[in-house]
Write a protein that binds this ligand. Structure first.
Ligand SMILES: [Zn+2]
Length: 88
């Protein structure tokens, strides 16, 4: 029996598209948002509060209160999920 022909494009899209779909291209960030980051802070916490929104995003660790400024692109890459949203 012949192996059915599968276009290479279809095979590639199977691997590539799901990854693109999961990627957040635009993220609305508001002060007061509570986010969970992919990486753990040295203090052991994953949760941060957004304290400043601009060209850079200022976040504060919920456990040790340490503040960090991140570029918007870096921030969006590090966020795993939003736990709660701040007021607009
Ligand atoms: Zn911390």
């Amino acid at each position: 029996m012949a192996i059915p022909y599968i276009p290479l494009k279809l095979i590639l899209s199977y691997f590539i598209i799901p990854r693109h779909k999961g990627k957040i291209h635009y993220m609305e960030i508001k002060p007061g948002d509570i986010v969970r980051l992919k990486k753990k802070h040295p203090c052991g916490s994953y949760e941060w509060e957004v304290v400043r929104v601009g060209a850079d995003i200022g976040i504060k660790c919920l456990k040790c209160r340490h503040r960090v400024l991140l570029e918007r692109s870096v921030f969006t890459r590090r966020v795993k999920e939003f736990i709660s949203r701040g007021q607009p």
